[in-house]
Design a protein around this ligand. Sequence first.
Ligand SMILES: [Zn+2]
Length: 229
Amino acid sequence: MTKTVVLTGAGVSAESGVPTFRDARGLWEGYQVDEVATPRAFRARPDIVHAFYDARRASLETVEPNPAHVALARLEAGLGDELLLVTQNVDDLHERAGSTGVLHMHGQLRSALCVGCDVRSPWTGPLGDGPDCPACGAPELRPDVVWFGELPYEMDRIFAALDEAELFVSIGTSGAVYPAAGFVQYAAARGARTLELNIEPSEGTHWFHEARHGPASVLVPEWIDRLLG
Ligand SMILES: [Zn+2]
């Protein structure tokens, strides 16, 4: 039975040096969103899309989990299956900090999805050179990330957990991207307490019962120390 649902977003990984998706000009590391993050872009220019994600996958080698990731792994150790940790992040910093049950609602860089057979395979190298799918042998692997126009993964499981939750905590998210931005209202309507931990008030900050603002690497360990006593 899930009692606590935690949602993490780009703000948690930003402190590890993972670039947040959009810069001030609305670009992702120099690319327009619709050049690299839509199914249409992948059909039109798979070389550009693969180059973008291959570079981001490779850059994971240069970043490390920060105290927020480490504290959330401690929370999982303390709460067991009463915790569901949902992340919008496609990096693997939660896993590298020790979390094991992370639900990646937007997919993962270190995973490849086969367009031919729908099987996903762990993947650390590039995809741009057209490697074969380990499951079916077809050279039809794509990044296992959710693009604009695609449904996030495991929404049924997330909403079922929010139905049961007594506490919903949003960490490092802008509150601008749906459906995740709607989790707070959904959880609160079903009786959960809601808490925001973010560098600044998010777009949805007024929906939370309580909001604390500052770096995740400070706020998250503080909150978890108090919770676990
Ligand atoms: Zn396949």
